[in-house]
Write a protein that binds this ligand. Structure first.
Ligand SMILES: Nc1ncnc2c1ncn2[C@@H]1O[C@H](COP(=O)(O)OP(=O)(O)OP(=O)(O)O)[C@@H](O)[C@H]1O
Ligand SMILES: [Mg+2]
Length: 303
């Protein structure tokens, strides 16, 4: 875990709804507890991480959630404005370049431009230096889009650089591309669940990421059911008569879920050459800060 958290950029991707935002928040929490100044960048439509910590949405401005832990919602429009301004330096130039009818038409028609500026902004955060050469952020956690879109997102620099080789955008995309290929500074993690579709999708995603040369971070197997009852215990409860019938059935259901978890863990270990870290299924009534704490200690403990 120490080596992982020593990276500059951690990217978390995986099938929709598997727990990418949960793991992003937990990784950020762990790093912040180790004294690192951490920024979580969320790039999908709906912001989640601030909510986990019971804070209002951060939106496009960086906000502190906890000591050492900050988040920002990177959205295409604001990213475009901010990032273009960073490159073009002057508001008037930005207006000339982006706010005329032809440019608006072009921008609306070029979907990857949104991704370029969003990634450009993440890169800017990841490499932003303070005075005296100390980086502003020790770690940036990128809560990335789900599988297919996530891959497209991470491939934006390579695609862009095939078309454009010079200028400030190409320079930043080259920086981002080398960061995304550098196992010392970056790791890309996958989140999955012990179920058929998420497991298959994780296997494909792992292959695609490895063949794209992206440095492999751990595979998080989220929602894991550990076995709790022996067969005798289940039988004992079941024999307890009608009053305990529901309890017996619940214990049996738990065990069958745990067998499925063990099965998919085996499949994933065989197919995916990454460190696998289990995250238990949490029976929390409210999924919030305490849940993120539990996820964080699970991944810290299993390394
Ligand atoms: N270990 C867990 N145990 C129980 N519930 C969980 C666990 N991890 C995540 N969840 C539940 O699943 C929900 C979705 O998790 P999360 O938002 O992290 O997924 P996601 O992959 O980021 O989703 P999306 O693809 O929509 O961005 C959480 O709000 C929480 O309710
Ligand atoms: Mg999410």
């Amino acid at each position: 875990m120490d080596a992982l958290l020593d990276r500059r950029l951690l990217v978390v991707t995986g099938k929709g709804g598997t727990g990418k935002s949960t793991l992003s928040a937990a990784l950020a929490l762990l790093a912040s507890r180790r004294g690192k100044k951490v920024l979580v960048c969320e790039v999908v439509a709906r912001e989640r991480v601030s909510d986990f910590f019971g804070r209002p949405p951060s939106g496009p401005t960086i906000r502190q959630l906890l000591p050492n832990l900050y988040s920002v919602h990177v959205r295409p429009r604001e990213a475009m404005h901010e990032y273009a301004l960073m490159i073009l330096r002057y508001e008037t130039l930005y207006k000339l370049a982006f706010e005329n009818a032809a440019a608006r038409y072009f921008l609306a028609a070029a979907p990857s431009l949104a991704e370029i500026v969003m990634l450009g902004k993440v890169w800017w955060h990841a490499t932003q230096e303070m005075e005296r050469g100390k980086p502003r952020w020790d770690l940036v956690v990128l809560d990335a889009p789900a599988t297919g879109h996530g891959l497209t997102f991470l491939s934006v620099p390579a695609v862009f650089l095939r078309l454009v080789k010079e200028g400030p955008l190409a320079r930043d995309m080259r920086g981002m591309q080398s960061l995304l290929a550098d196992p010392v500074r970056c790791a890309i993690s996958i989140v999955t669940l012990p179920e058929e579709m998420p497991a298959n999708e994780a296997i494909e995603l792992d292959r695609a990421l490895r063949s794209g040369g992206f440095p492999a971070g751990p595979l998080f197997l989220n929602g894991f059911f550990a076995s709790r009852f022996s067969a005798q215990e289940v039988a004992q409860v079941t024999r307890g008569g009608p009053a305990l019938a529901a309890a017996g059935e619940a214990a049996d259901n738990h065990e069958s879920r745990s067998e499925l978890s063990a099965h998919y863990e085996g499949v994933l270990r065989k197919e995916i050459p990454r460190e696998l870290l289990r995250v238990p299924f949490l029976f929390d009534r409210q999924f919030g800060a305490q849940s993120i704490e539990k996820v964080a200690s699970a991944i810290a403990g299993s390394s």
